[in-house]
Design a binder for this molecule. Structure first.
Ligand code: 5GP
Length: 178
């Protein structure tokens, strides 16, 4: 299939499943080599990161804790700047090594907000792992310790990422055609 139509938008193939899985293995290897003095806590940002998290976490053979948190910031193709974080999953993070698992860092507002909230829980470290990042859209510099791919400022779907809840199931990543 060379294009895909969702509502009024046409999408074209962008990053295929093989590239994604190769890159995910590299990230898993990097994590395996990092020295954690305590089992890390992975905070998976729902919903977009669920596929990436499932694939990445199953490549790790050290003990870790996995929690899911929901942050809502997008409506359609626009980042709204409004956030809601369900914080009941943020208990007992004192002195823990936290790795946030994100699908994509766009403006960086979401990740910055999450880091702010986490910092109040007195963790030992906070690291970010994101499948994708759009550096040209970042509002301020963002340190991403484990990054899958840098992409231009274009809207993408697939591999967990949606357009109005559609496209999450697609095994490859697709980008919107201008
Ligand atoms: P930020 O706060 O960094 O601007 O936005 C982060 C969130 O916006 C991501 O977790 C994701 O849910 C959504 N987002 C940003 N860019 C895209 C994109 O290209 N495609 C999709 N499907 N979601 C995106």
């Amino acid at each position: 299939m060379t294009t895909l139509k969702i509502d009024d938008y046409i999408f074209e193939p962008y990053i295929d499943r093989l590239k994604i899985s190769e890159r995910t293995q590299v990230l898993a290897n990097e994590m395996a080599q990092a020295e954690f003095d305590k089992k890390p806590v992975f905070l998976v940002i729902m919903t977009g990161a669920y596929v990436f998290a499932a694939d990445l976490l199953r490549l790790l053979d050290f003990t870790c804790e996995v929690r899911f948190i929901r942050v809502k910031s997008y409506a359609g193709m626009q980042s709204t700047g409004h956030f809601q974080i369900e914080s009941d999953r943020l208990e007992n993070l004192e002195d823990r090594n936290i790795i946030i698992l994100e699908d994509i860092v766009d403006t960086g507002r979401t990740i910055t907000k999450i880091k702010e909230v986490l910092a109040t829980k007195n963790p030992k470290t906070i690291q970010i792992c994101s499948l994708l990042s759009k550096p040209s859209a970042h509002l301020s510099p963002i340190d991403i310790q484990y990054l899958g791919f840098e992409i231009p400022d274009e809207f993408v779907i697939g591999y967990g990422l949606d357009y109005n809840d559609q496209g999450r199931n697609l095994p490859d990543i697709w980008k919107v055609k201008p």
